[in-house]
Design a protein around this ligand. Sequence first.
Ligand code: SF4
Length: 605
Amino acid sequence: MARGYMGKLLFVDLSTGEIREEPLDENLGRDFIGGYGIGARILYSRQKGGVDPLGPENTLGLLTGPLTGTPATFGCRYAAVAKSPLTHSWGDANSGGHFGPHLKFAGYDGVFFTGISDRPVYLLIDNGKAELKDAAHLWGKDTYCTEDTLEAEYGPTSKVVSIGPTGEKVALVACIMSNRGDAAGRSGLGAVMGSKKLKAVVARGNKEVPVVDVEAANKLRKEHIAEGKPFLERFHTYGTGGHGDTSAHSGDTPVKNWGGVGVVDIPDVSGLNKDMIIANLDRRKGCWHCPAACKGSLKKGIEYDYPTGNHRLEYETIGAFGANCCNTNAESIAMASHLCNSYGMDTISAGSIIAFAIECYEHGIITKADTDGIDLTWGNHRALVAMTEKLVKREGLGDVLADGVKVAAEKLGKGAEEFAVHIGGQELGMHDPKAGFFGDKMTSAMYHMDATPGRHTTGFGPSQFMQYVSSSAGLCMHGGLAGNHAKYVVGFLSAVTGWDRSEEELLKAGERIANIRHVFTLREGDNPIERKVHGRIIGRPPQTEGPLAGVMTDIEAQDYWNLGALDWDRVTTKPSKDKLLELGLDDVAEELWPPQDTPPEVRPG
Ligand code: SF4
């Protein structure tokens, strides 16, 4: 096995309690790198299409990449993968923190769970051995308490991922948490974990991740840190939350459930200013060995009763509970964030759900009787926090809302669908595509067409192939902002694994990863081109005021351009047979293009 990998995967059947190890196939690493690349390949091969995402046949994987836990700058990530109960197709989510490196130090590149346990359990992975343990004492506990309890039992070198009560109650926007605020947030994978009665995974060990050329890797790390210095300093000071105010007014952050205009609906955004966001900061911290250390923890709340250690606000959370709810009270956003992190709910979805609920309240679809007296109006931060508490606990109206806006609109009826802003069942990241933050070939298409719809961190199309490699390798996407991204991805992979691969070869691997995620989605009957896009996302009708007045994104052109460049059919989105064969996905080509579907060869004469 190439260096960078621990060379082993764990498979746990929660129905039978059987745990077995498999060597990691070297070709799998070479072709799909790691993380969601390897995860998608394994789930496509070993799982049937059409399984119940909350049933025993759905496989949940937690996977690292070859650069996780190595000297590679930003090499700290793990990916969670499964069929998503939120979108009913491919699901993945990515998180930093410390768990990924420690899973490798415990001896494994990844762990897969199938089945459903008959009682709450957690998996202890202890330096090359794994054991299922009773979690009765942890069930019902929040993620902070779960982490503290398990880390107290197994020592400070143990690292934990867990679900909170939200995941236990199988809310479809539940996430997997670690490190008091690091979330594998998207795709509802905390609900998959909850459905399996898997409360947590503990990783502990002292194995070294093998690296071919440590000296070269360290040299590259130094170079990367020097090149990225201005970015690293800015990120260290303000994290991702340094532009909550300016983005609310520039059109970047959606406002008022995607239907408003920042400069009109929230003219005073000083409460979201970068200094307000860090006003209550206790200390800065970061993911494992990250030179940016863009995270932090807050002191005990002043206006709101959140505890010391609450995760400092990140951009997406500020956007979702801030401008999108016309709320400029930073402390209330910190309180909502604390509720989500401790109960285990994705903050992007949660804030978007609150914005949806406010608009339903405004239109009389939800009344004060439904909210138990909460006056759910725009900018009412106390109401926002009170409703978030109900949401994460699945109490009262919170129970109706906890499976995301699509399901909530179906349950509420009375035209609520008009206010449900999502794609394919998932609420969107907090960058309005009309503002063009990600470039003109990308902005709408990435939300619409990616295997995990509504995401902005995976992107879509050929311009993202290196990003797929980077994420699968275990790198944080913010590393791409700190210098020549491709140079460092190629350089670190070569220094760590010993595979001397060119940028072109790695781009091919990225394309392979894009295709395997996509065909998983297609097999679930989800053709992304048919996903409905809410008019507010793409400016139909266009806004009449503010920086986005008159702006409509040409989503059809973006989809058309990307599908052509990918060699995917523009109607069925099926990758061409030639493309699949070129990428070495012969088994997929055979499935998607059985002989009767293959056009006859035309011979001259
Ligand atoms: S940049 Fe921030 S999110 Fe990314 S690895 Fe570093 S600390 Fe974690």
